[in-house]
Design a protein around this ligand. Structure first.
Ligand code: BT5
Length: 309
């Protein structure tokens, strides 16, 4: 399944669409849309109802459904319920270093954020970990984190919702709250990464009452929405973006909710106040402070808050 095909499935995630709108949603021409429509109909992934296109009713959020929407070449493990997909992912043996594994759960009972904070994971979200078993250099773990959060903004953009990136690892809908968070955990030896697990928690169809006050869910903005419809495009976008780090960093800057704002960052060594001015190639946030320019690494940030004025 290519990127345009997964984009079309994603565009139908929030309900039936007029074929004319699909062209605009995903930026394709009419003949590509018609070709993709035939292809996806033949695979029973979408269907026509009256003048509209919609997801095929047989597309469930389970192992079979995920295998149908994901690009080939990935090992997929779907669990209805687990403590944490990152925990499961960390125990996986490689299936060949060139192959990524994806662990997805319908719900998590022990979801974790950074610094071991609790991550609420009721049914209706995408709770997912992507494992790369290949040996890589450390900055690539940071690129994975950026690539995954930008992939979430790619998905919401197709659905007509603008989301932005809050340093270091959040996706937010401005004025509404935190839509998604990313937790990357890597094991290293001899200065190289041996295994990288990139965990994403993305509130898709989650009811707001099941989330903390700081959170929002796509459901609040779009109504009924299908998580399985979004996963293929999410993974395609993640893959493309992690393969081009410079473009990924540039895109992070342009979709940033943090740059240009006054922030307060809590670190183990104290609090730093300043104006966020840039993101470095290694993922650090550059601040203009009263004591001059300071650079804060993502690992050092326990919490970032915006300051007014
Ligand atoms: C994160 O941590 O944002 C990273 C979250 C990663 C979760 C995924 S789910 C799949 C994989 N398996 C796991 O066990 N984890 C990963 P952090 O920046 O520390 O944010 C945590 C804070 O976000 C909490 O203290 C709450 O304030 C808030 N929070 C908790 N659950 C949330 C939710 N579902 N949506 C939005 N905010 C939430």
């Amino acid at each position: 399944m290519n990127r345009e095909a997964t984009a079309m499935i994603c565009a139908l995630g929030a309900g039936p669409r007029d074929p004319a709108d699909i062209i605009e949603d995903i930026g394709i021409d009419e003949s590509t849309r018609d070709r993709l429509t035939s292809l996806l109909q033949a695979r029973s992934l979408i269907e026509s109802v009256g003048d509209q296109l919609r997801l095929h009713p047989s597309l469930d959020y389970d192992h079979v459904g995920l295998t149908r929407v994901l690009p080939t070449g990935y090992r997929v493990i779907y669990l209805e319920e687990t403590a944490s997909t990152n925990h499961i992912a960390r125990t996986l043996e490689p299936v060949g270093t060139d192959r990524l594994s994806i662990v997805i759960a319908g719900m998590q009972t022990g979801g974790r954020g950074r610094h071991n904070r609790r991550w609420r994971s009721p049914p209706g979200g995408i709770w997912m970990s992507v494992v790369d078993h290949s040996t890589r250099q450390p900055p690539s773990a940071w690129i994975d984190q950026l690539a995954m959060s930008i992939a979430v903004t790619d998905v919401t953009s197709i659905l007509g919702v603008e989301s932005q990136l809050k340093w270091p690892n959040d996706v937010v809908i401005p004025e509404a709250g935190k839509l998604a968070g990313v937790l990357v955990e890597a094991t290293s030896a001899g200065g190289e990464l041996q295994q990288t697990v990139c965990g994403l928690g993305f509130n898709v169809a989650v009811a707001p009452v099941d989330l903390p006050r700081v959170a929002t869910s796509l459901r609040v903005h779009l109504g009924a929405i299908s998580p399985v419809a979004l996963v293929g495009y999410l993974i395609q976008s993640y893959k493309t973006r992690r393969e081009s780090p410079s473009a990924t960093i540039a895109d992070w800057r342009s979709r940033s909710h943090t740059l240009g704002r006054s922030v307060r960052i809590e670190t183990p060594d104290g609090t730093i106040d300043g104006l966020a001015t840039n993101l470095t190639m290694s993922g650090a946030l550059v601040l203009e402070t009263d004591a001059g320019e300071k650079t804060v690494n993502p690992e050092a940030c326990r919490r970032l808050r915006y300051r007014s004025g």
